[in-house]
Design a protein around this ligand. Structure first.
Ligand code: ADP
Length: 194
């Protein structure tokens, strides 16, 4: 099973991706979490990515591909994956699509778009800032990441809708209800694909 979660910062991608991974027995690959680990570990990728993460800007595509290609291929051979945060631009999606055409069995089967209103997103991120102190969960960082989403990530939704892979899920509900709606939608979509 190969899934992608697309949503604004704070919409619950990480929470739902972890639950989906456990439920379907697949790997959870979060580009943001992996990039933060690269920074913590002081790797070559981490040293370059640190400033982008801090500003809330997208990390250059080459670094993201370098970091993710091995884990994605590995997971594809072991039951599948839920991608959280990648692809995040049309260019990344087109490149990933091109590669998936060459390597059979890695193309996406469902793309989940979690929808949550701006005010609720902002409240959640500010609450997370208190709890976790993430470097980009500042007023400035949040506003900037919303803008980056509008400019760079929004176009992905049309790309996947045209391929009949996109499912909208109301993310402004209790975690368990979002999860139940998501698995129901995935199972429906997959039943139609078989
Ligand atoms: P959020 O969705 O709350 O911004 P993420 O953990 O998904 O949190 O991403 C955090 C940061 O990691 C982004 O602001 C960006 O700098 C970087 N990042 C994550 N995924 C990608 C990607 N696919 N391409 C470029 N940069 C990325």
């Amino acid at each position: 099973m190969r899934l992608l979660l697309v949503a604004y910062p704070g919409a619950g991608k990480g929470t739902q991706a972890a639950k989906l991974a456990a439920h379907y027995g697949i790997a959870h690959l979060s580009s943001g979490a992996l990039l933060r680990a690269e920074v913590t570990d002081g790797t070559k990728i981490g040293l370059i990515a640190a400033d982008y993460l801090k500003r809330g800007d997208l990390v250059p595509d080459e670094l993201v591909f370098e970091m993710l290609s091995a884990p994605v291929l590995e997971a594809a051979g072991h039951g599948g994956y839920v991608l959280d945060g990648f692809p995040r631009t049309l260019r990344q999606a087109e490149e990933a699509y091109r590669i998936a055409h060459e390597v059979a069995g890695i193309e996406l089967q469902a793309v989940i778009h979690l929808t949550v209103g701006r005010d609720e997103l902002r409240n959640r991120l500010l609450a997370r800032a208190q709890r976790e102190g993430r470097i980009d969960d500042t007023e400035f960082g949040i506003t900037h990441r919303f803008k980056v989403f509008d400019a760079e990530t929004q176009p992905l939704l049309g790309f996947y809708a045209r391929r009949a892979l996109l499912v909208d899920i109301d993310g402004d509900q209790p975690v368990q209800k979002v999860f139940a709606d998501t698995t129901a939608a995935i199972d429906r979509l997959r039943a139609g694909q078989n």
